[in-house]
Design a protein around this ligand. Structure first.
Ligand SMILES: Cc1ncc(C[n+]2csc(CCOP(=O)(O)OP(=O)(O)O)c2C)c(N)n1
Ligand code: SF4
Ligand SMILES: [Mg+2]
Length: 328
């Protein structure tokens, strides 16, 4: 590993010599580049950083980053990473998973890792398909997707991963696009900062209990870790909407605006309370602006905090726009 003259590591220092086995043009290359760049920029230490993955093309990620890593078993990376983080809370533990690995076979593990909030950073590469096993449909495939396993077109309603994370009680939630270097970089840095602030679980566990819980998690038994804390504040950024980063209910803004997104046919603004329950939403509309009616303002004033997302309709599905927010 070579360091720059000032001792600062560079993205190259976080890149391994391994032959990368992704197809030419795969979006995973762009994510790998953004991650190695972010690790250098935030001053991460390779010996304090671990990438844990499941199975899939995306899950080959640990081979390509010059840190510690585990290429584990299908869908179980969150369980293994939870055990590691509880045993070594000062490590930066990242989980890399795919839409199939994380939301299908590992859905249960992902759900419990999200609600426990032990300080893992989970990257879910959502290419809407099982890439490694030649393109079967996945839980995020759009309606009508034709694949070897759905020759007549998929008829299952796709999961929206951001909403799944919200509903599971995650504290930091974000969505970015692989080739959006600036947006993805900002999201990765925000994730790193958010997790560092919660680096230690709030409950100090004896070592024997940590081992027991890791084993139980692997055996697919859900356990309440009582790590929930009252939500006092919500901060975030989204498709740069005005008002941008922070909103308090004492003075709710009336008008929200956002730039047009490629491929979008319609938008809907959704305001949620701290438990992610929708408080108000505007109807689908082609405009990139929404004005809250008086009854929506009343509902906001009645709550304590809220966050907002812009949903995008592109004809085949609904998705959340790029965003990040942190529930504190
Ligand atoms: C227990 C088990 N079931 C199924 C498989 C086959 N399998 C390997 S990877 C994969 C899906 C990967 O999809 P995703 O997580 O979306 O990753 P991608 O390749 O798209 O990055 C499947 C079904 C397996 N290896 N083990
Ligand atoms: S099969 Fe798809 S996900 Fe896998 S490396 Fe090729 S392009 Fe990427
Ligand atoms: Mg996939």
């Amino acid at each position: 590993m070579s360091a720059a003259a000032d001792g600062q590591l560079t993205a190259k220092d976080f890149t391994t010599e391994q032959e990368v086995r992704w197809c030419p043009g795969c979006g995973d290359y762009a994510i790998l580049k953004s991650v190695t760049r972010m690790l250098a920029e935030v001053g991460a230490r390779p010996e304090r950083t671990v990438f844990v993955s499941g199975i899939g093309c995306s899950s080959r990620f640990p081979y390509y980053v010059e840190t510690y890593g585990f290429h584990t078993i299908h869908g179980r990376a969150p369980a293994i990473a939870t055990g590691l983080k509880l045993a070594q809370p000062d490590l930066d533990v990242w989980v890399v998973t795919g839409d199939g690995d994380g939301l299908s076979i590992g859905g249960n593990h992902l759900l419990h890792a999200l609600r426990r909030n032990v300080g893992l950073k989970i990257l879910l590469f959502n290419n809407e398909v099982y890439g490694l096993t030649k393109g079967q449909y996945s839980p995020t495939s759009r309606l009508g997707t034709r694949t070897p396993s759905t020759p007549g077109g998929s008829f299952d309603t796709p999961i929206v991963p951001g909403l799944f994370a919200l509903g599971a009680g995650a504290r930091f939630i974000a969505r970015a696009i692989d080739v959006d270097k600036v947006g993805l970089g900002a999201v990765l840095e925000a994730a790193q900062t958010a997790a560092r602030r919660r680096a230690r679980p709030r409950v100090a566990w004896p070592a024997w209990l940590v081992g027991a819980v890791a084993a139980l998690a692997l055996a697919v038994i859900g356990i309440e870790l009582l790590l929930q804390a009252p939500v006092e504040r919500i901060r975030g950024e989204a498709i740069p909407v005005t008002p941008a980063t922070e909103a308090r209910l004492s003075d709710p803004p009336r008008v929200f605006e956002w730039p047009a997104q490629p491929g979008a046919r319609a938008y809907r603004l959704v305001l949620r309370d701290a438990a992610a329950e929708p408080l108000w939403h505007g109807a689908w509309q082609p405009e990139t602006r929404a004005e809250l009616p008086p009854e929506a303002l009343e509902r906001l004033r009645a709550g304590a905090t809220y966050l907002w997302t812009v949903e995008i309709e592109d004809g085949a599905r609904r998705e959340l726009g790029p965003f990040w927010f942190l529930l504190e």
